[in-house]
Design a protein around this ligand. Structure first.
Ligand SMILES: Cc1cc2nc3c(=O)[nH]c(=O)nc-3n(C[C@H](O)[C@H](O)[C@H](O)COP(=O)(O)OP(=O)(O)OC[C@H]3O[C@@H](n4cnc5c(N)ncnc54)[C@H](O)[C@@H]3O)c2cc1C
Length: 349
């Protein structure tokens, strides 16, 4: 039931295939004061060996509907039920010529889970397209429509991840582009795979194929034949650093702007990354992925599990450029751990 393929059984499992079933199952379990675990595709979950002593509600609702609203600022709007596999939504949008989520191709899991951490990849994130969600609120027991602006969506975060409890029943996506072309490619690696410069719009099918190929080359597409895809995705996020820190990095180190209005930040490795205000698509101080190969190293995959669990670099780290390593203990790779000098060291470079 999870992509990590570990963990014990649930005391009770309800598979809900209609919205009414989801609502009834959640209200019943909440009313009985049981432990409740909402399960989508299980691609961002680790279940303990002793299992789950409560009710697991598996969200298995399906459906993609094209909405018509003359007053809608988006040329096309889709409503998608929570249990719809996310990648099938992307495939549908690409087929329909709708640009804006093609870079999110190949992300495992369900549509209902997508807003929880505001899924993102290759320069796009859900918040750029998400309009609203239908939400069964734990506090009130009622179904509400919440606008995307009410969800505090940020870089891999949302109010749903940070404590607001309930069930995402469906989401609405608004597409600004319906001309068969992608959103402007904003991620260097994707642009070079496509053979175009950053900012170019390409055919949606080409963009999707390039993203899937890139992801597959990193074990980031679920594949029963690839033991490296037995994972729960990335569990570190990119460090947020100051502009001066970013200026000291090699030009090839990928970086993304954060928020124009906030003071630049240095975030020591391993610290909790604060949520940027609103969508993190706005320009300014950089979010830098400073460590080539680190995304791979930070995944709980079969190949890298031992190095990631202790936060050590992958075996290739001694070959990284010197500027990626700590100035005070260069032999240790990107982190000074367990040395106590780690934050000072990181912030000096
Ligand atoms: C190989 C691999 C690659 C990945 N790549 C990426 C990536 O590029 N970008 C990215 O952002 N993520 C990535 N992920 C992480 C994962 O795909 C996403 O977090 C995805 O949204 C999880 O969906 P799910 O349905 O599997 O959620 P689950 O793992 O089932 O659940 C995750 C959390 O959401 C809650 N939840 C699930 N459904 C609902 C609902 N309907 N309402 C309320 N809460 C709910 C669960 O209770 C749980 O807390 C990757 C994972 C893997 C395994």
């Amino acid at each position: 039931m999870t992509t990590l393929r570990v963990g014990g059984p649930a005391a009770r499992l309800v598979s809900a295939t209609s919205r009414d079933e989801v609502v009834a199952a959640a209200r019943e379990a909440w009313g009985n004061v049981e432990e409740v675990l909402l399960l989508g595709g299980g691609s961002n979950l680790v279940i303990a060996d002793e299992g789950f002593d409560g009710t697991v509600i598996r969200i298995a609702t399906r459906g993609i509907e094209r909405l018509a609203d003359a007053n809608d600022p988006h040329p096309v709007r889709l409503r998608v039920e929570a249990g719809e596999p996310w990648d099938e939504v992307v495939a549908f949008a690409v087929e329909q010529g709708l640009g804006g989520i093609e870079a999110l191709s190949g992300i495992p899991g369900t549509t209902g889970a997508a807003p929880i951490q505001n899924i993102g990849a290759y320069g796009e994130q859900l918040s750029e397209t998400l309009v609203a969600i239908d939400f069964l609120d734990y506090e009130t027991g009622q179904v509400e429509r919440l606008e995307a602006s009410e969800l505090d969506l940020g870089y891999r975060t949302s109010s749903l991840k940070l404590g607001r409890q309930g069930v995402v029943l469906a989401i609405e996506l608004g597409f600004a582009q319906a001309d068969g072309l992608s959103a402007p490619v904003s991620y260097d690696q994707l642009a070079s795979t496509l053979g175009v410069s950053v900012g170019t719009r390409v055919g949606l099918a080409d963009a999707r194929a390039a993203v899937l190929a890139l992801r597959a080359s990193k074990g980031m597409v679920l594949d029963p034949a690839d033991p490296d895809s037995v994972s729960a995705g990335s569990f570190f996020t990119n460090p947020i650093v100051s502009e001066s820190f970013a200026r000291g990095l090699p030009t090839e180190a990928p970086r993304w702007p954060l928020d124009p209005d906030e003071a630049p930040k240095i975030l020591p490795l391993g610290a909790e990354i604060p949520a940027p205000r609103g969508s993190s698509s706005g320009p300014a101080s950089p979010v830098v992925s400073a460590f080539p190969g680190r995304a791979r190293a930070s995944r709980a995959s079969t190949r890298w599990r031992s190095s990631t669990a202790v936060g050590r670099p992958p075996p290739t780290s001694p070959n990284w450029p010197a500027s990626f390593r700590c100035a005070c203990c260069p032999s240790s790779g990107w982190s000074c751990s367990p040395s106590p000098c780690s934050s000072a060291c990181n912030s000096e470079r």
